[in-house]
Design a protein around this ligand. Sequence first.
Ligand code: GDP
Ligand code: ZN
Length: 340
Amino acid sequence: MAKRDKLTQKQKRQVAVKHRQRLKKEKQIPQLSDLSESKTGLLVSRYGEQADVFDLFEQKSYRCYLRQNLGSPVPGDKVRFRLASNEQGIVEAIEERDSVLQRPSQHQGLKPVVANISRIFVVSAPLPDFSAALLDRYLVAVADADIEVVIVFNKWDLSSEIEQQKIEEQLEIYKSLGYLVILVSTKTDLGIEQLKQAALNHKSILVGQSGVGKSSIINRLFPQQTMLVNEVSENSRLGQHTTTASKLFLFEEKTDKTQEIESPYHEFIIDSPGIREFGLWHMDQKTIADGFVEFESFLGTCKFRDCRHENEPGCEIIRAVEAQKISRQRWRNYCKIIST
Ligand code: GDP
Ligand code: ZN
């Protein structure tokens, strides 16, 4: 406050000019009176204060402003929006979410990343290189969202018979933990039909390291390119140039016809760069241990309450590894993840 009092006349004038400019800018946002009736849409991409909303009835997407105090809409959100005469929209409400994937953010606690997803396909491949540790990291990251996970191993055509045997042994571990595992090659179409069946009836995302073949898989699943690309190459407010592309792919076969009439909302896959990298940030030791499903029955039984299950005496997780009740490889990956 003390500083404010010392503003010179010139500074005060500048403040007033800025204030007027801000008001003028706000006026450019469509006013309620000019707007169409409220519509339901699917939020496909978010760019700061704006978002692309897809109207599934019209099969058309609209760039929308976000109403203040709306909360934090993310891809996958079902929203209510209205259109101005220039087709500029305004998002007024986020409908209740069935699920939300969140990630820790530095200042705001947990931050939503994607909503209403019922399946996550975690994609791995022998190239760039198959890392069971990275696969486990993804599994941990999605574990507490309570969303079904399918493990996809792509580029099967690239592995020799010996490699295939080794990989199959590793994947057996995941099958025995209850994960659905699908072997895929986008070059030979191995597993593509199975993948499609697993994605039909669901709202899904694909996650996995860059280069494992996520785009190729989507191209095989949607050969007619029924995709809706939303590209924004400018973020003028921040004066930065960024290219973000978030894509929504709709299945043409609608498995539940009745649903289509009641709600314009059916199966899709969202592919967005922000979501692709999901799982690669820091997680604390407890969250990581919770993400290893086979640890569950042993957690809380170790000698020390703050046991990290690395090398502590009286650790029941380590005892279970020695008794071959928990895969040694999985436990090693756990140790790797908590130490990075
Ligand atoms: P993304 O970064 O996960 O989207 O990966 P891309 O779909 O861009 O694929 C990366 C590279 O892997 C490309 O050169 C693809 O042609 C190749 N690729 C994708 N799937 C397969 C596959 O099943 N077999 C082989 N041999 N190569 C593949
Ligand atoms: Zn322990």
